[in-house]
Structure formats: C-alpha cells, structure tokens
Design a protein around this ligand. Structure first.
Ligand code: HEM
Length: 167
C-alpha cells in the first residue's frame, strides 16, 4: 500500500479512465509557464477513444506507442535491446546477445542499422540487467514469461517486416 502511494506520488498511475483526469507531474506545466494545449488535446483524445478498446486494454498500465515510422526507430523495445525488426520477430535465443550501436549504415533487409564492431561505437550487452532482450517473444514455449505469440517462420517474419515498413 505504501509502495503504491509512493508510485502515485512519483507520477506513476494505474491507467484507466479516472486517472487521465489528473495531469501526470512529468507533463504538467513548469511553474510560471503557460499550460500546454497539447496536454489537453491528448487527454481529450484518450477520453474519446478509450471506451473502444477491449476491457483489459482499458485497464492496462502501459499503452504501447503506435508503430508508425517504426522502420526508422531501431534499436527496438524500450531499452533498445533488439537491433532490428527481424530479430524482434525471432525467438530470444536467435536475437544477438551483444551488438554495436552507432553505425549509420541502414540494413534494409533486417530493418535496423548495421551492428558490427565499430570504433567509437557502443557495445550493447543484453546480458546486463536492464539491457535484457527477453520480452515480446514469438515462441511455441507457451507459459514462458514474455511470450506474446506463437513462433513465426522466417517467411512469416519477412512478410510482417514488409507490412511494418509500410506504416
Ligand atoms: C505480429 C504481431 C506484432 C508485431 C508485428 C509487433 C510489433 C512490435 C514492434 C515493431 C515493437 C517495437 C516498437 C519500438 O521499439 O519502437 C513492439 C513493441 C511492443 N509490443 Fe508488439 N507486436 C506484435 C504483437 C504484440 C502483442 C500480441 C503484444 C501484447 C500482448 C504486443 C505488445 C507490445 C509492447 C508492450 C511493446 C513495447 C515493448 C517495449 O518497448 O519494451 N505486441 N511491437
């Protein structure tokens, strides 16, 4: 209970319709600055559309961003632990455990940037806590944490990538 209260005070909330009445501290206006109209527009948009979502999505704590332009936003997942869309649609054991960030050469096949060793680049090590790449997995290991769908064949992954490129 105390922990829940601490989360609320830090601006984290449970989602749902009531919660959008308040403006989370991280997007409230800086004292002395005018309140941004975008905040109200966002709240109005959420209010208009929320009832259209399935019940569990209405109650969700975390709503994922739309995937528009996702071809241009590698590396993927909130911690950038997956270098390209092909790896994101592959089972975790097939995703690279370590890769280099900072390369500007685009990889149009896997959809992301090249990840080979790069002088001055950053080596992303997904075995370090906080860098794990274990979520959002398509696998037949049902019941395993982080699995959100059945395993996809390589051909299915490529077809999905073509779709994602069109967003
Ligand atoms: C074929 C089906 C799916 C495709 C192609 C897909 C695609 C994607 C992609 C490309 C991202 C990365 C966005 C980014 O990093 O900028 C993403 C993130 C996410 N997706 Fe999916 N997704 C699918 C199914 C699902 C399902 C079934 C769920 C929930 C059960 C889900 C929940 C999420 C969540 C919560 C994130 C954010 C994860 C994070 O940032 O760490 N997705 N999805």
């Amino acid at each position: 209970m105390a922990e829940e209260q601490a989360h609320l005070e830090a601006g984290h909330h449970d989602g749902g319709v009531e919660e959008i009445e308040g403006v989370p501290p991280q997007i409230s206006a800086t004292p002395g600055m005018p309140e941004r109209k975008a905040v109200k527009r966002r709240q109005d948009r959420v209010r208009e559309n929320l009832h259209l979502l399935p019940k569990n999505a209405q109650e969700a704590n975390y709503r994922v961003r739309p995937l528009n332009g996702v071809w241009a936003t590698a590396p993927y997942l909130h911690n950038g632990s997956v270098p390209n869309l092909y790896a994101l649609l592959s089972p975790v054991e097939e995703r690279p455990k370590k890769f280099y960030l900072g390369n500007r050469e685009y990889d149009p096949v896997n959809v992301g940037y090249r990840t080979d060793e790069l002088t001055g680049g950053f080596e992303m090590d997904t075995t370090i806590r906080g860098n794990y790449n274990t979520g959002h997995e398509f696998s037949d290991a049902s019941g395993k944490a982080g699995v959100i769908g059945r395993a996809l064949t390589p051909a299915e992954r490529k077809e999905l990538i073509e779709y994602l490129k069109s967003l």
